[in-house]
Design a protein around this ligand. Structure first.
Ligand code: GDP
Length: 687
């Protein structure tokens, strides 16, 4: 592969799927087919090439978003590994932020599963063009048509088959290419033969092809006229229009195959280069100039000044701290000095690497539109922008939710404490939804994350990769405190002890805000009743108090605090006194404002054979679950429910024993909701 591929021949893609749809297998076969790996790995046997972390191998899930480069024809395809499990929201968000196109892998038996729907919506939010790959066409129960219908209904997406299967289930052996008008008959290990459309399928072919042409023509006025007048539309015209419509997200081309048998993988890669955008086909990246807040736009061009987003920080066992940069404009050069505009710091790049699934390639320069793995950036974290100091830009970082669950971790010796500190530093650099705090009273280390599985994996990594020996407590829910009505209170801090006294006096108004608003502080002092220099101190006092709410010590959120009045003393007033006054007023306002506790609610999706439906529903009820929908038939039922996180602990194990291991579930943090009164009382008492 030439070091520099023209930007229109680059594709940055990611595979998006429900867990078990076959994402790992597809990725792995793509690597095989593109010639980069020499042995077909196998998820079931735990040797897939992309899944290199031991936990992932054991659990069969992909966790880290590594980026892998493969060649395809004269294109360069960068595969950004997206996680299949929604407990790793941060990973999903961060990968969607930096990829230009997605391949949605669907199971042809199950159709569109709940998690695919979640990720589809996230991809909508980041405006990612997609193609769909209907996988597992060889499985009993595979149904291409039904899967297309489920894409249309559940995802409300304009799915356009550009292939149709030849055979299904055990007789699946090839696909018809509706664009080219020929067939692929698949053999072993990725081999295939191109031939004519089989005689007995000509009717099917024509029906599918007509539908495809009609869908494409609808997106392009000139083609529509030709279509209506019965004129021929050339293959080149059709492909160009479909490419445009895919990039604009008006159409979603659908292909099919069986990853396990390496069937349909090469045509899938063809579709990636044919229909998914290059970095120069998507809108130029936007940011702002940190010196004057002006909007800055950078085109995907090597000649523009450098702009890059740190999409992932990893500690690599061989090369140490590795920062993955998505380069939007300009280029990074080994040994160069760059500017971290988020931290306002100069940094020196060491080596620059291109990552392949099984080896690293050291290069002198990586240009716009690419992903670079860099060594030597010490102060750069996920979400930071790297640019030129003379041409600064700050890009919008991906959004990460704050953690909802925590657990205490207690190293058993001083040596383990040191290892733990090291492990925590490295792991939290990699994962912005992994947060660490020290409990001020007990001195315990508390780690927090997005779900039980998320914390399990983190603790597991501390033990394996950093050899930390520690006791791990029971997981605890991160409740929040908030108020239900508006109040106005005074906070006064006065000390008169001999010489110099302390004097701070504030009036604040506190009102409830909508969920997710956080804490908003506003200064409404008019007429100088508090000198301007003390106002930041009041805000500081308020924010400190909010970290430790007066009801049960949880964070206070979704309130607006307006500083409306106060008084000061010429000699005795100080920042310290106003900070204390701010804290006093804040705690008082919460107490008077009808305080309530909020708890994280998880959206849970359970798929179970029909015979266990009754027990599953009964159990969800006992867990304060609110059933949103039940879909399916006696064979397989799909339940969606909202369940408080506090009641979801150990659910995986419970479900397994309830269904003899046949039901599966996923859950994802949805929002915060008030805790019912009787339960709140117990939490406040610390029961
Ligand atoms: P992921 O969770 O989406 O990454 O899915 P995996 O790639 O781990 O696959 C889940 C399971 O489906 C594994 O047991 C695979 O062997 C199996 N699988 C994947 N692709 C196919 C396929 O095309 N046909 C069949 N029959 N099974 C498949």
């Amino acid at each position: 592969m030439p070091t520099r591929t023209p930007i229109n021949r680059i594709r940055n893609i990611g595979f998006i799927a429900h867990i078990d749809a076959g994402k790992t297998t597809v990725t792995e076969r793509v690597l095989f087919v593109s010639g980069r790996t020499y042995k077909i790995g196998d998820v079931d046997a735990g040797t897939a090439v992309m899944d290199w972390m031991p936990q992932e191998r054991e659990r069969g899930i992909t966790i880290t978003a590594a980026a892998t480069t493969i060649p395809w024809k004269d294109y360069q395809v960068n595969i950004i590994d997206t996680p299949g499990h929604v407990d790793f929201t941060a990973e999903v968000e961060r990968s969607l932020r930096v990829l230009d196109g997605g391949i949605v892998v669907l199971d042809s038996v199950a159709g569109v599963q709940p998690q695919s729907e979640t990720v589809w919506r996230q991809a909508d939010r980041y405006q990612v063009p997609r193609i769909c790959f209907v996988n597992k066409m060889d499985r009993t129960g595979a149904d291409f048509e039904r899967t297309i219908t489920s894409i249309k209904h559940r995802l409300k997406a304009q799915a356009v088959p550009v292939q149709a299967p030849i055979g299904q289930e055990s007789s699946f052996k090839g696909v018809m290419d509706l664009m080219e008008g020929h067939s692929y008959i698949f053999g072993d290990a990725g081999a295939f033969q191109v031939g004519p459309i089989p005689e007995d399928l000509k009717g099917d072919f024509q029906r599918y092809r007509d539908a495809m042409i009609e869908r494409i023509a609808e997106t392009d006025d000139a083609l529509m006229i030709k279509y209506l007048e019965g004129e021929d539309i050339s293959k080149a015209e059709l492909k160009a229009a479909l490419r445009q419509a895919t990039i604009n997200r008006r159409l979603f081309p659908v292909l099919c195959g069986s990853a396990l048998r390496t069937m349909g993988v090469a045509p899938l890669l063809d579709a990636v280069v044919d229909y998914l955008p290059s970095p120069s086909d998507v809108p130029p990246v936007e940011g702002f100039n940190p010196n004057n807040d002006a909007k800055v736009i950078r085109k995907a061009d090597d000649n523009e000044p450098l702009s890059a987003l740190a999409m992932k920080v990893m500690t690599d066992p061989f090369v140490g701290r590795l920062v993955y940069l998505r380069i939007y404009s300009g280029s990074v050069k080994a040994g160069a000095v760059v500017y971290n505009s988020t931290k306002k710091r100069r940094e020196r790049l060491g080596r620059v690497l291109r990552m392949h699934s099984n080896h690293r390639e050291e290069v002198a320069e990586i240009t716009a539109g690419n992903i670079a793995a860099c060594i030597g950036l010490k102060e750069t974290f996920t979400g930071d922008t790297i640019c030129e100091e003379a041409n600064p830009i700050v890009l919008e970082p991906p959004k990460f939710p704050s953690p909802v669950i925590s657990v205490a971790i207690e190293p058993i010796s001083q040596a383990d404490r040191d290892k733990l500190i090291d492990a925590i530093r490295k792991l939290s650099e990699e994962d912005p939804t992994f947060v660490v705090n020290q409990n001020k009273e007990t001195g315990q280390t508390i780690i927090s994350g997005m779900g039980e599985l998320h914390l399990d994996v983190l603790v597991d990594r501390m033990k394996r990769e950093f050899s930390v020996v520690a006791n791990v407590g029971k997981p605890k829910v991160s409740y929040r405190e908030t108020v239900t009505r508006t109040t106005k209170v005074q906070g006064k801090f006065v000390r008169q002890s001999g010489g110099h006294g302390q004097y701070g006096d504030v009036w604040i108004e506190m009102e409830p805000l909508e969920r997710g608003a956080g804490l908003v502080f506003e200064n409404k002092i008019a007429g100088g009743s508090i000198p301007r220099e003390f106002i930041p101190a009041v805000e500081k006092g308020v924010r400190e108090a909010a970290e430790n709410g007066p009801v049960a010590g949880f964070h206070v959120v979704d309130v607006k605090v307006a500083l409306v009045d106060g008084s000061y003393h010429d000699v005795d007033s100080s920042e310290m006194a106003f900070r204390a006054a701010g804290g006093i007023a804040f705690r008082e306002a919460i107490r008077k404002g009808g305080p309530i506790l909020l708890e994280p609610i998880m959206e849970m999706e359970v798929v179970t054979p029909g015979e266990y439906l009754g027990s599953v529903l009964g159990d969800l009820n006992a867990r304060r679950g609110q059933i949103k929908s039940i879909e399916g038939d006696d064979n397989l039922q799909q339940i969606r429910a909202l369940v408080p996180l506090a009641e979801s602990f150990g659910y995986t194990t419970a479900l397994r024993s309830m269904s003899q291991g046949r039901a599966s579930q996923t859950m994802e943090f949805k929002y915060y909701e008030p805790v019912p009164q009787h339960i709140a009382a117990a939490i406040i008492k610390g029961e």
